[in-house]
Design a protein around this ligand. Structure first.
Ligand code: SF4
Length: 459
C-alpha cells in the first residue's frame, strides 16, 4: 500500500523526555511479557519499592479498559521508568522492549483506500516546533514504524481497535460520516478534503514570505462553511466534485454575540482540554484507582474529594466562565475574548495552519482517532480547540501585562491540547456519542470565530 507523507513537516526526537509525562502508557500482553520478569526495583534506587505497572486485566476482559496493563506514573505524573530524562527500559533491555506505544510515538498513520497517510502527533514538543528532519525524507523510518503499528494494533483489544488492521479489506475510511446522518464514500470525502486542504495550504507556508498575511479566523470560518456546503450538495444528491470550484464567502455576521449554546459548548471544551487535565493530574492517585475500588470505604473520602474538584472546576469554567488555570490563577474567559490585542504574529498564524494541515492530512480530527466524530463534529471540535488555544494564550498574556499572543505559549498550548485530543480515541462509546451530537450543528462556532477575530488588530 502507498505510504503518503506530508510536505513541509519536520520531526526528529530531541530527547527532552516530555513525551513520558502526563499519562499512564497502555501496555498490551506482549508489552508486559517483555518486562514482567525483570526485577526492576533492585536495579535502581528510583524504582525501589514502587508499583511500576497497573494490572487492569479484569477490566480489559470486561471491555472497560483499552489495555490489560499500564505503567504507573509517579506522584509528579511522570513515567517511573524515566530516569535522568532517559528510558530505563530502553537502556537496560533495548528499544524494542519498550511498550509498543512508546516505540511508535509520535508517529501516526491512517490507512485509507488511497494509501496510508503518515505524520506525527503534536503531543511531542519537537513535533509542535517543527524541529528535525522533514518527514518527506523519512520514508524508510515510516515503513518500519508502519510495520510496528500493524503488529501493535493486532494485539489490542478489538472492542477498542480504532485503526485499520493489516490484511482486512475494509479500512476505517471506506465510508465516512460527513454528519451523524449523512454518509460519504471515500471518493466523495476526498473532494471535501482536497478543497479544505487547498484552503489551508493557501495560508500555510514553511517559511514566512515577505508580506505574509495569513488569517486563522478566516480559515476556520471557511472550513466551517465548506462542511455545510458539502452537506447541502450531498443532501441534494449532486456531485461533490463541484467543491473544487467552490469559493467560501466567509460572510461575517453583523451581530457576533454568541448564543448561549455556543458559549456553553466552547467553555465545556475549554474545560475538557485545559482544566480537566490539570484536575486529573492532581488526582493521579485517584485516577489510577480501579473503578470498582473507588467506592470502598477506605477510598470513599478520596473519591468524593476528587469528584468535588472535578465538579467545582467544571462549574467555574462552564457556568461562570472563570476557570482556575495552573500557574495563572482565575481567568475571565469573557474578558479574554473581548480584550483588544495586537495582530497575531505571522509565526503563530503559520503554526496554527500547520497544525490544521496535519490534522486534515492525517485524518485525526474525525473518525477512529477522534471519538468517532463525523467530519462536521470534527471540524467544529478543532475549530473550538483552536479558539480555546487562542483564548488561553490571551489570558496568559493578560496575566503577564501584555496584549499580544506569544509564540512559546502558543507552542505550549497546542502541545497540551494535542495530548488531550489524542485521548479522545480512548473514550467510551456513550461519551463519544454525546460529544458527537453536541458538536453536530453546522457552523456551530461561527460567531465565536468572528467575535475573537474582532479583538485582534488586522495585520
Ligand atoms: S516506558 Fe520509557 S519511553 Fe515509555 S513513557 Fe516510560 S520512560 Fe518513556
Amino acid at each position: 500500500m502507498d505510504l503518503i507523507l506530508p510536505q513541509d513537516i519536520n520531526y526528529s526526537c530531541q530527547g527532552c523526555g516530555k513525551c513520558c509525562s502526563g499519562w499512564s502508557v497502555g501496555m498490551t500482553m506482549a508489552d508486559y511479557a517483555n518486562v514482567k520478569d525483570t526485577d526492576w526495583q533492585s536495579l535502581h534506587p528510583a524504582l525501589a519499592g514502587k508499583t511500576l505497572f497497573l494490572d487492569r486485566q479484569a477490566e480489559f476482559e470486561a471491555g472497560t479498559s483499552q489495555y490489560p496493563f499500564f505503567t504507573n506514573p509517579t506522584q509528579d505524573n511522570v513515567c517511573p521508568f524515566l530516569i535522568d530524562d532517559l528510558c530505563f527500559i530502553h537502556g537496560l533491555l533495548g528499544a524494542d522492549k519498550k511498550p509498543m506505544a512508546c516505540q511508535i510515538f509520535p508517529y501516526a498513520f491512517a490507512e485509507t483506500p488511497a494509501g496510508v497517510y503518515a505524520g506525527v502527533y503534536y503531543s511531542s514538543k519537537a513535533a509542535v516546533r517543527n524541529m528535525g528532519v522533514p518527514l518527506s525524507e523519512q520514508r524508510q523510518v515510516f515503513q518500519e514504524y508502519l510495520e510496528l503499528s500493524y503488529k501493535y494494533h493486532n494485539e489490542r483489544h478489538t472492542n477498542f481497535s480504532v485503526d485499520a488492521v493489516e490484511g482486512t479489506k475494509k479500512t476505517p475510511f471506506d465510508t465516512i460520516a460527513l454528519t451523524p446522518a449523512c454518509q460519504l464514500t471515500w471518493q466523495e470525502y476526498s473532494h471535501f478534503e482536497n478543497r479544505a486542504m487547498q484552503l489551508i495550504k493557501e495560508q500555510y507556508v514553511d517559511q514566512k514570505p515577505e508580506g505574509y498575511q495569513g488569517d486563522i479566523f478566516r480559515t476556520l470560518a471557511m472550513l466551517s462553511e465548506l462542511v455545510l456546503i458539502a452537506r447541502n450538495i450531498k443532501t441534494a444528491g449532486a456531485d461533490l466534485s463541484q467543491l473544487a470550484q467552490y469559493q467560501p464567502t466567509n460572510k461575517i455576521p453583523a451581530d457576533t454575540t454568541m448564543s448561549s449554546v455556543e458559549h456553553m459548548t466552547l467553555r465545556m471544551l475549554f474545560y475538557r482540554y485545559y482544566i480537566y487535565p490539570q484536575v486529573r493530574a492532581k488526582d493521579a492517585r485517584q485516577g489510577r484507582q480501579k473503578r470498582a475500588d473507588s467506592l470502598k470505604s477506605q477510598n470513599l473520602m478520596g473519591t468524593l474529594m476528587a469528584f468535588g474538584k472535578f465538579a467545582g472546576g467544571g462549574l467555574d469554567t462552564i457556568v461562570s466562565g472563570k476557570p482556575n488555570i495552573e500557574n495563572l490563577g482565575k481567568v475571565d474567559l469573557e474578558k479574554a475574548m473581548d480584550a483588544p490585542f495586537a495582530a497575531i504574529d505571522p509565526e503563530i498564524t503559520i503554526l496554527f495552519h500547520r497544525w490544521l494541515y496535519l490534522k486534515l492530512f492525517l485524518k485525526t480530527y474525525f473518525g477512529p482517532a477522534a471519538a468517532g466524530f463525523s467530519v462536521l463534529s470534527g471540524i467544529n471540535n478543532i475549530t473550538a480547540a483552536l479558539l480555546c488555544v487562542i483564548l488561553h494564550g490571551k489570558a496568559s498574556a493578560m496575566a503577564a501585562g501584555k496584549n499580544s499572543l506569544l509564540l512559546p505559549q502558543a507552542y505550549e498550548n497546542l502541545w497540551r491540547l494535542d495530548r488531550e485530543l489524542l485521548t479522545l480515541s480512548q473514550i467510551a462509546q456513550q461519551e463519544s456519542r454525546i460529544y458527537n451530537s453536541g458538536l453536530s450543528a453546522p457552523r456551530l462556532f461561527n460567531k465565536g470565530i468572528h467575535a475573537l477575530e474582532k479583538s485582534f488588530q488586522k495585520q
